[in-house]
Design a protein around this ligand. Structure first.
Ligand SMILES: CC(C)(COP(=O)(O)OP(=O)(O)OC[C@H]1O[C@@H](n2cnc3c(N)ncnc32)[C@H](O)[C@@H]1OP(=O)(O)O)[C@@H](O)C(=O)NCCC(=O)NCCS
Length: 115
């Protein structure tokens, strides 16, 4: 999914299968989400997230997952506003360029209504 305004790409996002096994075929995952630095803070990221949630629903997914670094507070608050909830934390899973370690957080949004 690509966000375009007046012929300029402002951002992109992608969903896909996390594990290519039949037992996990009801789950889709965010594989990418990025907005051009000059276009941030204007709702483009939010539009992309909303569009991917609808795409995941249209594809029949029961659950939409994503991963975020614990230091990425802006992205996390955006995901939470769209209904994603924390499901798991891999402690000190990633090392940043400055040498510090951060957790890898797993979020998910249930797309089913009941059963
Ligand atoms: C995370 C990311 C995709 C968010 O994109 P974005 O387009 O800035 O997101 P939005 O504009 O929808 O929302 C961001 C903020 O702008 C605010 N906002 C939304 N619409 C707005 C508007 N019309 N005017 C002013 N502010 C607005 C939102 O409320 C939000 O505020 P917050 O600071 O309280 O979170 C972007 O920062 C990015 O590309 N980061 C680098 C890559 C990255 O970290 N990707 C996620 C990996 S998990």
């Amino acid at each position: 999914m690509v966000a375009v305004s007046n012929g300029t790409v402002l951002g992109y996002a992608r969903i896909g299968r996390h594990m290519r096994i039949p037992a996990n075929e009801h789950v889709l995952h965010f594989e990418a989400l990025a907005v051009s630095p000059s276009a941030r803070g204007r709702g483009v990221g939010s539009l992309l997230i909303g569009a991917l949630i609808e795409l995941a629903r249209a594809r029949g997914a029961r659950k939409l997952g994503l991963r975020a670094l614990s230091s990425n507070h802006g992205a996390i608050s955006l995901y939470e506003r769209h209904g994603f909830a924390l499901e798991g934390r891999l402690s000190e899973e990633m090392r940043l360029p400055d040498g510090s370690f951060v957790d890898d957080l797993w979020f998910a949004l249930p797309l089913h209504s009941g059963s």
